[in-house]
Design a binder for this molecule. Structure first.
Ligand SMILES: [Mn+2]
Length: 591
């Protein structure tokens, strides 16, 4: 007897169920119905959903009373850089599964940038033991940045030849539209292999419309999570994309994008699913995870059943994994939630992979991180820095410089803002009176001597410095501040501890979060990490920051697929032209 034939026998009621859930109301996302039904579970599969499953009950079968509760399929986060939570896989599962998220789609791309694809084996082994499924997509290539920045491991077509055919690889992740438009050879090869192996292509095409969108669609892209308006969202849906609404800790796009459903044609909803892309522990503890998105969609006017379909079946179908997840039906994975009622959608009990994770709002399962090998040990391969490394040298000793700053105008939008900055001692200095700080991005892999320098505005930093080695998608060392001595202290603090996030001022470390796993995540519990996030934010606010999440904003500066400007270890990047630019536009010597 094999595991498969065991399941066949269990489905035929020849083997007793491990658990039956009785007296609940089924949320049937396949047919859009609510009706009474009992559920029988054997090992990790649902084997029966009927008004009576007594034929599946044996002497050892556990009974879970669902009287007054609604049975809902486990929720699916359709696109998340899970490492950007700064939690290890184990701790992320501990945080998100009690909120009903039992599956995520992720490229594990942040780990790949540090330890390579082979280095993921330790992460896959960790996931196997968790009540969380990770549908992994191999990044179309890495780094995502254009022009290319420095990472430890570059995913190329050779990796797609090797991994895309594998059963544990569910598609091509985060396929940046510009790389397709440039007809990058590695990207084209990945797309060709995706077609050959019938693996869906997950897109990334912020603000793509009209001809640009048509061209991107000819790549075979199937899914996209980056719409900045409901009009863009609707155009993508009309052109056949499976459109994913993103509600992250810094890009809260549900309110705008859901208008394509509430104000648009009735046929859109079935192609809409949910993702969080980047969440921090604080937000999930405060608001929830995918359950939060269901509640937001209902508050925006979406029918509860439709919102639940968006958080479950629609995403499963978009990613071609609806054979396993997305609904409560015989043969599906045993990911079942007990919810108070569809309208308020409070997840009370979670069964994932057939195991009880929480019951009536109380944790039942404990989460114990595995021992970490040296492969995943945090390391920042860089010599200590000093204040001189953070000065911006120019050819004029004294005078003024016309400088193009990267101006943060809100989540995920950075515009050019030109300012006049003082030149003293042959260096351009930031100016806190003009809300201008200095920023550096430093190759932390020891592959180059890259240390890009630029200027940011809109951060309200009046003193000190902040730094992070968790910085998607290259996870280089990003340092910002108004004092070069403090910037050096911030950088050296992270180099010394193997990676993390830090706030310093006047030569003192005000707050430090160590991220010992690849320099990007920690095995701290979600509550402990949230506390550290609050300490970092409070410390950054003592420097003058007014941003909602300054360390998250800092970490995103190197993402070039965010309009209009970015800075990577290679230099300041103009996203609209995909080129580097020199932030010093002109220098004027003092008379
Ligand atoms: Mn993404």
């Amino acid at each position: 007897m094999t595991e498969f034939t065991q399941y066949l026998d269990a489905g035929a009621a020849k083997l007793p169920a491990d658990l039956v859930i009785e007296h609940g109301t089924l949320t049937n996302v396949d047919t859009g119905e609510f009706y009474p039904a009992d559920v029988a579970i054997y090992h990790q599969k649902i084997v029966a959903v009927d008004h009576d499953v007594s034929a599946y009950v044996g002497p050892q079968t556990q009974h879970l009373d669902a009287t007054g509760k609604y049975l809902v399929p486990g929720l699916i986060d359709g696109h998340i850089h899970v490492e950007c939570s700064k939690l290890s896989m184990t701790r992320f599962a501990e945080l998100a599964v009690p909120h009903g998220t039992t599956s995520i789609v992720s490229g594990l791309d942040e780990y790949i940038s540090v330890v390579g694809v082979d280095g993921l084996s330790e992460i896959f082994a960790e996931i196997e033991k968790l009540p969380l499924k990770v549908f992994w997509g191999l990044p179309y290539k890495t780094p995502y940045t254009i022009p290319e920045s420095t990472i430890a491991y570059n995913v190329t077509a050779a990796d797609h030849e090797k991994y895309l055919p594998q059963a544990n690889c569910y598609g091509v992740w985060e396929t940046v539209r510009e790389a397709v438009a440039m007809q990058d050879p590695d990207t084209l090869k990945a797309l060709e292999l995706a077609k050959r192996y019938h693996k869906p292509i997950f897109g990334c095409s912020p603000m793509a419309r009209g001809i640009d969108l048509n061209a991107f669609l000819l790549s075979g892209v199937h899914i996209d999570h980056e719409s900045y308006s409901h009009e863009e969202f609707l155009e993508k849906a009309r052109k056949g994309l499976r459109v994913v609404i993103r509600e992250s800790s810094v890009t809260k796009f549900l309110k705008e994008n859901i208008r394509a459903v509430t104000e648009g044609p009735s046929g859109v909803a079935r192609h809409v699913s949910f993702c969080t892309d980047d969440v921090n522990a604080r937000d999930v503890l405060a608001y929830g995870h995918l359950d939060h998105m269901v509640r937001l969609a209902i508050q925006a006017g979406v029918a509860p059943m439709t919102a639940i379909q968006m958080a479950s079946l629609n995403g499963a179908e978009a990613y071609h994994v609806d054979d396993a997840v997305g609904s409560i039906a015989p043969g599906k994975d045993a990911d079942v939630l007990l919810v108070d009622n569809p309208g308020s959608f409070h997840v009370e009990t979670v069964i994932s992979k057939g195991h009880l994770v929480t019951k009536a709002g109380q944790p039942v399962m404990t989460f114990t991180p595995p021992k970490r090998s040296t492969t995943l040990k945090g390391q920042l391969n860089h010599a200590p820095l000093d204040a001189a490394d953070f000065a911006y040298p120019v050819t004029v000793t004294t005078g003024t410089a016309t400088v193009r700053t990267i101006h943060s105008v809100g989540p995920f939008v950075r515009k050019a803002l030109d300012v006049e900055l003082p030149i003293q001692g042959g260096h351009v200095h930031p100016d806190s009176d003009q809300d201008v700080a200095a920023v550096s991005v430093i190759d932390r892999y020891g592959k180059t001597d890259h240390h890009a320098r630029g200027f940011i505005s809109g951060w309200s930093l009046k003193r000190g410095a902040i730094a992070t080695s968790a910085a998607p998608d290259d996870n280089n060392l990003v340092v910002a501040g108004v004092d070069p001595t403090d910037m050096a202290l911030a950088a050296n603090t992270l180099i010394a501890c193997g990676g993390g996030q830090v706030v310093v001022a006047d030569g003192q470390v005000l707050a430090l979060l160590e991220l010992p796993i690849a320099g990007i995540t920690t095995d701290l519990t979600p509550d402990a990490l949230a506390q550290k996030e609050i300490e970092l934010k409070t410390a950054a606010e003592s420097l003058g920051s007014t941003l909602p999440d300054p360390l998250f904003y800092l970490s995103f500066l190197p993402i070039t697929a965010i309009p209009d400007l970015a800075i990577t270890d290679g230099g300041n990047v103009d996203y609209t032209h995909l080129t580097y630019f020199d932030p010093i536009l002109a220098v004027t010597p003092a008379d």
